[in-house]
Each structure stands twice: as structure tokens, then as C-alpha cells.
Design a protein around this ligand. Structure first.
Ligand SMILES: [Zn+2]
Length: 266
């Protein structure tokens, strides 16, 4: 199966190249435009890129499985994931569940709220917060700061960060079209961190991907170790996937990878 997120430079870009039987593709000219074509890549290279590990779903060239690690945290994460996001191998929400096994993942359907999610929202053990920017006035009275997470812990509640996992547009739609979220406090993530995510082009460097948001929330709310492990695991994912897209086998583990491996050793 071809990767829908394959960047432009890895697809042929020139449909004629795929059909041509030209024996010297590096020198060939596109019959339509007369422009010189880029050299064709070997079909095998593309095939090995799309061959995925059954364990981590990354290209086998740089598999993530050796770096998988888990951690303990006081806070939990529940993901409400847009159905289109589940299909994307570049989704980072799943990294959170690898690191924090208590993470819940719900698929969002506008007309059919998940019954289990509704039950968990009513469970008095939890103090759920919807993570969303505070940039609109109509829900300003629901906006809280990180101190509300500390207050929930002092009341022996488990704080829960509800992340809306999708594109920015999908997340806004989930926020606006899910009335069961309307009564929850809204916790905006305040951070000057810029994204390190390389697999999709962000609208802005300030737009963090889902795993980065979770790591930052954990760090700010006092789960420093879990935050570090998730950050390192995200880093390993990001570097491994980006290298595989360049058909490049990583020669040596990065600093983040070495920290994850050391956790296994200890
Ligand atoms: Zn793997």
C-alpha cells in the first residue's frame, strides 16, 4: 500500500517517466514539456520504504520498536481522534499510548458520541480538561490555568488531558460539535516551545503535534519523567521516519534513543 503522505519529491512527479521505456532515464526528456526529467528512482527503493514493521507501523528501514518505553504519570491522556487521523502513519497520538498505557483513544463521530467516553466523563475519579486555545470569547468563562490541575490532584482526582487529535480544522470541529465537551474546563497550553515535528508541514512553528502537546502538558503539571520519556520517544519516531523517507538507514542512535535504550538496561 502506498503511503498517502509520501512527499512530492519521492513520487515520480512526472507521470510520463513511469510509462516510458527509455533505457537512459537520467538523460531522458519529458516528451510533453521537452524538459529534462529527474533520474528515475529504483522501484525497489520505493518498495522498501513502504514495507512497514508490524510492531510500530514505521518503515522497516528504521523501525521504532527497540526504543519503545513506558512511564508512570499522575495525569492521564484521553485522545479524541478524528477518523481520518487514525489512518495516517505520521499520527503521533499513538506514541502517547505506547508510553502511557492508561491512555484512552476514542474515535470521533459527530452524530454518535462514544458511550465509554461519556461514562468516563461522568466518573468522579477523574478531573477532565479539554486542551484547546483560549482565543475565542464565547467560552472564556470555562478557561482555566495549570493551577487547576494541581487543585484536582489535591482533591485526589486524576487529572485528564483530553486532546483533540486531528488537523487544526478537525480539532476545532470536534470542539464545536461535541456538546458533551461543553461543560468541561478548557485548558490552553501556554508554551514558547516550537515544534520539532518534521513529517508534516506545520502552519506555524508554534503549532505542536499531538505528542509534543502531551509531553509539554505532562512537564508543566509535574510529570517530568513521563514527559521526558514521551519527548525522547517522539524524537526517535520523528528522526527514524524522516530518515526512512530519505531512504537513509540511521547509522547510530541519537541521544534521545540512547536514553530510551538505557531505560531498558536499568
Ligand atoms: Zn517496529
Amino acid at each position: 500500500m502506498l503511503d498517502e503522505t509520501l512527499p512530492q519529491d519521492l513520487s515520480t512527479g512526472h507521470p510520463a517517466a513511469a510509462l516510458s521505456a527509455d533505457p537512459a532515464p537520467g538523460l531522458a526528456h519529458d516528451p510533453g514539456t521537452g524538459h529534462r526529467r529527474p533520474p528515475r528512482r529504483e522501484f525497489k527503493a520505493r518498495g522498501s520504504f513502504t514495507e512497514r514493521c508490524a510492531g510500530c507501523n514505521l518503515p522497516v528501514l528504521n523501525c521504532l520498536c527497540p526504543y519503545r518505553a513506558s512511564a508512570e504519570s499522575e495525569a492521564r491522556v484521553w485522545l479524541i481522534t478524528h477518523p481520518l487521523e487514525h489512518l495516517k502513519p505520521t499520527n503521533t497520538g499513538r506514541l502517547i499510548r505506547d508510553v502511557l498505557p492508561a491512555t484512552e483513544v476514542f474515535t470521533w463521530y459527530r452524530t454518535a458520541p462514544d458511550e465509554r467516553l461519556l461514562a468516563l466523563l461522568d466518573d468522579p475519579r477523574f478531573a477532565p480538561f479539554v486542551i484547546f486555545p483560549d482565543d475565542q470569547p464565547d467560552y472564556a468563562e470555562r478557561v482555566v490555568g495549570m493551577e487547576a490541575v494541581g487543585a484536582a490532584k489535591r482533591k485526589d482526582k486524576v487529572p485528564v488531558f483530553i486532546l483533540l487529535d486531528g488537523t487544526w480544522r478537525q480539532a476545532r470541529r470536534i470542539f464545536r460539535k461535541s456538546d458533551y465537551l461543553d461543560r468541561l474546563p478548557v485548558l490552553p497550553l501556554a508554551t514558547s516551545r516550537v515544534t520539532r515535528y518534521r513529517l508534516r508541514k506545520p502552519a506555524s512553528q508554534a503549532h505542536l503535534c499531538t505528542a509534543e502537546v502531551a509531553a509539554e502538558l505532562l512537564r508543566q503539571s509535574g510529570d517530568g519523567e513521563a514527559a521526558q520519556v514521551l519527548d525522547d520517544y517522539f524524537d526517535a519516531f520523528n528522526v527514524s521516519y524522516a530518515a526512512s523517507r530519505r531512504y537513509e538507514k540511521l547509522e547510530a542512535p541519537t541521544a534521545a534513543m540512547r536514553r530510551l535504550l538505557a531505560r531498558h538496561g536499568g
